[in-house]
Write a protein that binds this ligand. Structure first.
Ligand SMILES: *Cc1c(COP(=O)(O)O)cnc(C)c1O
Length: 401
């Protein structure tokens, strides 16, 4: 029998208006059509829960149980979650503090595991049985894996140019998978229409409240790994922005709990591709909401998100932390990927490589200094992505010259 933990979830709040929604019910977006944020009784938790005891537990992101919404431990589904390592780039940046948090070590090879594990567990807890979502890649396999693991049905719809590895791993892990003749937003509309007909529950990014709670654990884990302190700067590859929003929420909760030894919060940097940069454009224009990006293209599929429902939460997180938003070209992303792989032996995914490209660009233009401690997020294993062909032909008959 797994251990039960105290639960401190009190209610949910609209991320825009603060309107209160009851816990324990199935929720999509708020009445204002915006993401809902889970709220906890942090004062009660502060009195009852010991930081170091929580951090000493096994179980990867599931260790943060008192800061997560799941009430009944039977709804927790495990696939061998781990704390992901922080790897210092000490060959490329000797003497400075530049770290990669390598999320590729998680089940299904990406940090989508954090969000989907929580979304699936909560769906189970709230009595749902069939979940569906549109995806460009990694979210689909994480949904399939956790849904199958806990005995729920899943349906995943991908644009037909989604890398075949993502489609195939998702199907192998038990989801019904469709390759659709349209972009991600069109796939999303199809999922939404099915949900309205009662076929399934729509688990699209930020359209239900709990993926943020899963992604939030990146911020909790990072703080604990760094001795209950945070780096000066975080570079985050921003698609739907779940992770950036989640980490900002984690930092607020850690402050409220008094768990941080050093209360300076990091500057949050949203990294996008110049081929799809709606958040960067809105940041530069001083706007709080981002216009849809037309003709989105970049080979970093995880950040090819032309419209994000949580746009204002991303932009608030960036501005409130004195951070910024920056776009890098696909060429710079590829170059960064090759450089980090060759010189550090660390194979990044393109989205992770984008954060390294953004870091070097920010050092060059002076928006970040080499004295600042920096964490870059590598969100998926580089092994899931196409690689340049390699290997010179060798004729064994010829012997050595
Ligand atoms: C989903 C994804 C992202 C973007 O994450 P968000 O938190 O939704 O912005 C970045 N990189 C990879 C590899 C992804 O799968």
């Amino acid at each position: 029998m797994l251990k039960q933990y105290a639960n401190f979830l009190t209610h949910l709040e609209c991320g825009l208006t603060g309107e209160r929604h009851e816990a324990g019910l199935v929720h999509g977006l708020s009445n204002a059509g915006k993401p809902l944020l889970a709220r906890y009784d942090l004062a009660a938790m502060k009195a009852k829960v010991d930081r170091d005891q929580v951090w000493a537990r096994d179980g990867g992101f599931w260790k943060w149980r008192e800061l997560l919404p799941v009430v009944d431990t039977n709804n927790v589904c495990e696939l061998g979650e781990v704390d992901t390592p922080l790897i210092q780039l000490n060959r490329l940046h000797k003497g400075s503090q530049v770290w990669v948090k390598d999320e590729g070590r998680l089940p299904t090879g990406s940090f989508k595991a954090r969000g989907l594990a929580l979304a699936v567990a909560m769906a189970k807890e709230l009595g749902l049985s069939h979940l569906a979502m549109p995806t460009n890649g990694n979210a689909g396999s994480a949904l399939a894996a956790y849904a199958s693991r806990i005995g729920m049905q899943s349906t995943v719809v991908c644009p037909d140019d989604t890398p075949s590895i993502n489609i195939e791993e998702t199907a192998l892990q038990g989801a019904e998978v469709f390759k659709a003749n349209g972009l991600i937003n069109a796939c999303g509309a199809w999922v939404k229409a099915g949900a309205e007909q009662g076929k399934w529950f729509d688990l699209s990014t930020l359209k239900e409240p709990y993926r943020i709670e899963g992604k939030k654990t990146m911020g909790l884990e990072l703080a604990a790994q760094m001795g209950w302190a945070l780096p000066d700067v975080i570079f985050y590859p921003t698609g739907g922005g779940t992770g950036l929003i989640g980490m900002c929420k984690a930092f607020d909760e850690l402050l409220a709990l008094g768990w941080l030894e050093k209360t300076d919060l990091p500057r949050m940097i949203a990294v996008q591709s110049t081929g799809c940069a709606p958040i960067v454009r809105a940041y530069e224009r001083g706007e709080r909401f981002a216009e849809v990006w037309q003709d989105a293209h970049t080979f970093a599929a995880g950040i090819r998100v032309p419209a994000a429902v949580g746009d204002f939460l991303i932009l608030d997180g960036v501005r409130d932390s004195a951070g910024f938003a920056i776009a890098v070209t696909d060429e710079a992303i590829e170059q960064a990927r090759v450089q980090v792989a060759r010189e550090e032996g660390l194979l990044l995914c393109p989205e992770g490589a984008a954060t390294y490209a953004a870091y070097t660009q920010s050092i060059a233009d002076g928006t970040v200094t080499s004295q600042e401690s920096v964490v870059l997020f590598n969100c998926a294993t580089g092994l899931k992505y196409p690689m340049p062909s390699a290997g010179a032909a060798l004729d064994l008959e010829q012997g050595h010259a």
